[in-house]
Design a protein around this ligand. Sequence first.
Ligand code: ZN
Length: 115
Amino acid sequence: MPNIDKAQLIPLFHFPRSRILQSMEVTHCPHAVFFNHSDEECITCHQGEECLWINHNDEMVALEMKSVEELKQQLLIAVDFIDSNLSPHHMSRRKCQCENCRWLRQVQSTLDGKA
Ligand SMILES: [Zn+2]
């Protein structure tokens, strides 16, 4: 197991945070993207997954209080999100220099302990 420092993981949250917020239809959310577990509207919302992530990893949340395992898990959710939002021309992503692909590679190498 590579020894990963929280200080390496936390900066990686900036990019998906802004991407996910951008992709969400914040203006349509009656709760200003504050997930409410007891609200029917939140539970059935098509943006529920992204919203939950934001609520777990918001800048207000003290990421440094989380365990490395927890941070890794949340990052992997973000990887899925960024990955599934790539357009098809990213297929050759090893060579792609767009910010999505650069971030994905950065996460990968950090999680592999090669950063
Ligand atoms: Zn790309």
